[in-house]
Design a protein around this ligand. Structure first.
Ligand code: MRU
Length: 340
């Protein structure tokens, strides 16, 4: 299932806030609409956010009334500023915006050439994402054995990317190779990406999935029901992995129970000039915690924390699966030394 598409100046995507109860495709016609859709998590997941921002810039280019290159670039920069403010943690957002800006700045020719260059770069990025995810799947599948049960957190599937996913790419690829894989999906409070999106996606593909609440992860591990953990990432820094809140808990539990813990992510999620303390953890609205959907579950006025991500120190990560291959923790550390 392709999550996002460009159709002649319109960005078409599935609204992830209403899944799985409704499969509603929405049309975004301006970069402002794209920015709102990212903020409201109609589109979410690091790689998808990146491609969505690129398409947002493509919409700005498509509708631009600028008459000079300088004005065109100024308009794009304004659009980039708005998009950069949507969500702070996933590095793919900034990576994608910078890539489009560089393309625009370095393209020779007239205004029409610039417009074309921006739109086609966004298209290329969308197609590359799918190719990258297939590679992640192929490399990662080698880590899974026939009969494995894999626990995953949040949704790092097709819905979090243009198609095929990252953590779920590994599971899909192993499944396509004929390995009988089962998945345990954490519900992932507070936005329930595991319950709503991972369960939905895997059921659509016919891959066996069992849903648990986040607090059950330790229980299923202690019972010997989990062979491996695979999660996605929003930003991989030199000393850790930022991903959906609750990932750190799962990683610590996995180590305690001797269960391999893998992170699957494209290299566009690597941010190797930064450390954990440089990562901005998005703090979202308290209503996401005090309510389930639109139903209040906590007393009026209660103090709430709602960090959307946490950081798992590298010592808990056994390997990082990217499109170039599987990097053991030691190989990843060597890579960070080279990028100093
Ligand atoms: O807040 P979300 O739903 O955008 O968070 C998503 C995650 O944490 C994913 O695990 C991550 O972006 C990787 S998606 C391939």
């Amino acid at each position: 299932m392709r999550t996002i598409e460009w159709r002649d100046g319109v960005v078409v995507t599935i609204d992830q806030t209403v899944l799985p109860l409704k499969e509603e495709w929405i049309e975004l016609r301006s970069y402002e609409e794209v920015a709102s859709a990212i903020k409201e998590m109609k589109m979410r997941g690091a790689p998808l956010i990146g491609v969505a921002a690129a398409y947002g810039m493509a919409l700005a280019a498509y509708h631009s009334k600028a008459e000079t290159k300088e004005d065109f670039l100024r308009e794009l920069e304004r659009c980039a500023e708005i998009l950069r403010k949507t969500r702070p943690t996933a590095v793919n957002l900034f990576w994608a915006i910078d890539r489009i800006m560089n393309k625009a700045r370095n393209t020779q020719g007239n205004l029409e050439d610039l417009r074309e260059a921006v739109i086609s770069e966004a298209q290329i990025m969308a197609d590359e994402d799918v190719e990258t995810n297939r590679r992640i799947g192929k490399h990662g599948a080698k880590l899974l054995s026939d009969g494995d049960t894999v626990l995953t957190h949040c949704n790092a599937g097709s819905l979090a990317t243009v198609d095929y996913g990252t953590a779920l790419a590994v599971i899909r690829a192993a499944w396509e190779e004929g390995k009988r894989i089962r998945v345990i999906a954490d519900e992932t409070r507070p936005k329930l990406q595991g319950a709503r999106l991972t369960a939905y996606e895997l059921m659509r593909d016919g891959i066996p999935v069992t849903l648990i609440t986040d607090g059950m992860a330790g229980y299923v591990m202690a019972k010997g029901l989990v062979d491996k953990v695979i999660v996605g990432a929003d930003r991989i820094v030199r000393d850790g992995v930022a991903n959906k809140i609750g990932t750190y808990t799962v990683a610590v539990l996995a180590k305690e129970h001797g269960i391999p813990f893998y992170v699957a992510a494209p290299t566009s999620t690597f941010d190797l000039s930064k450390n954990s303390e440089d990562v901005i953890i998005e703090e979202r609205s308290p209503e996401e915690v005090t309510h389930v959907g639109s139903v209040r579950i906590a007393p009026e006025g209660v103090e709430v924390m709602n960090p959307a991500f946490d950081i798992t120190p590298l010592k808990y990560v056994d390997a990082i699966i990217c499109e170039k291959g599987v990097l053991s923790r030691e190989e990843f550390l060597r890579l960070t030394e080279k990028t100093t």
